[in-house]
Design a protein around this ligand. Structure first.
Ligand code: PRP
Ligand code: URA
Length: 209
């Protein structure tokens, strides 16, 4: 069974609250997304394995812990997931980046796949799928289906805001994945938007509406 972690860190809460505000501009929204991604990445990578390495400080030889091999793949769900990539790469600069292109059909709310490209050695990497919104869960479930079909085994997902409906759909379909969420909201509305949420994350990042 994977873990579900909802962040209660005041810095993350404050930044997410600013992103919810409809008066926050696209530029501010993008900056905040980058900052929240960096803060969340810190926790999402907590269990990366380390190994003992011998070094010499200016004072004496010593044994220290260093990462064992930072084989991480960051997979944004297009478009809105792109808003998290820069912040993640600042913390994990050697990570490879794959892309899963999905959009929600406005009538059915079902995900439609339009582009997918993953690192070749995805089966050997710690995969972190990123997307600001987990609403019905359709897009996240489809993204995990896809990366698993390509061989990924060690999978975490990172969201800004999640609805209870989406958390249930994702854990029912993929009980083995770890889920990290900055904020858990109340419910979905009739258009499958998260309430109170922050609106359409893709439009807010890219200023398309
Ligand atoms: C948004 C969001 C998620 C999806 C969540 O993307 O970024 O990918 O909706 O909804 P779900 O949990 O009900 O599937 P959208 O389809 O609006 O595409 P966009 O990122 O290109 O705007
Ligand atoms: N996608 C979004 O961008 N926002 C929502 O509230 C739900 C799906």
């Amino acid at each position: 069974m994977g873990k579900i972690m909802v962040f209660d860190h005041p810095l993350i809460q404050h930044k997410v609250s600013m992103m919810r505000d409809k008066n926050t501009s696209s530029k501010e929204f993008r900056d905040l997304a980058r900052e929240v991604a960096m803060l969340m990445a810190f926790e999402v990578t907590r269990d990366l394995p380390t190994q003992e390495v011998q070094i010499e400080t200016p004072i004496c030889p010593t044994t220290v812990q260093m990462l064992k091999g930072l084989d991480v793949a960051i997979i944004p769900i297009l478009r809105a997931g792109l808003g998290f990539v820069d912040g993640m790469l600042e913390i994990i600069p050697n990570a490879k980046v794959g892309h899963v292109g999905l959009y929600r059909d406005p009538k059915t709310h079902e995900p439609v796949e339009y582009y997918c490209k993953l690192p070749e050695d995805i089966d050997k990497r710690r995969v972190i799928i990123v997307d600001p919104m987990l609403a019905t869960g359709g897009s996240a479930v489809a993204a995990v289906d896809f990366v698993k079909r390509q061989g990924a085994k060690d999978i975490s997902l990172m969201f800004l805001i999640a609805a209870p409906e989406g958390i249930k759909a994702l854990t029912d379909a993929h009980p083995d994945v770890d889920i990290y969420i900055a904020a858990k909201d109340e419910k979905l509305n009739d258009h499958a938007y998260i309430v109170p949420g922050l609106g359409d994350a893709g439009d807010r990042i890219f200023g398309t509406k």
